[in-house]
Design a protein around this ligand. Structure first.
Ligand SMILES: [Zn+2]
Length: 100
């Protein structure tokens, strides 16, 4: 019996967002590595991982905070661990949000 060749998908299947119970969609989550994530938009962590003191977050961020986030415009957590600061966005979250 001949095995069929594997299908090569360009770009892969569409990312499926994980629904989180603990943080609303617009929350900005800040990792110990100073990376900002959005709930459910990447595979880098689960909602159970996002706990102080390792993580901080910003519930109800002001409009544009996510888009502006950079080393020149860092964001500081207001909940969880308030000492967490983000200097860049997670590229997966950014990409998946843009496609989502
Ligand atoms: Zn992410």
């Amino acid at each position: 019996m001949r095995m069929s060749a594997g299908l090569v998908r360009v770009g892969g299947p569409a990312f499926v967002k994980t629904e989180w119970r603990t943080h609303p969609d617009d929350t900005i989550l800040i990792s110990p590595k100073q990376v900002a994530h959005r709930p459910g938009w990447c595979d880098h962590m689960t909602e159970d991982d996002v706990q102080p003191p390792r993580w901080g977050w910003i519930p109800n961020p002001p409009p544009g905070l996510w888009e502006r986030l950079s080393t020149a415009s860092p964001a500081t957590a207001t909940a969880g661990n308030p000492r967490r600061r983000a200097v860049r966005r997670c590229t997966n979250c950014e990409l998946n949000l843009a496609q989502g």
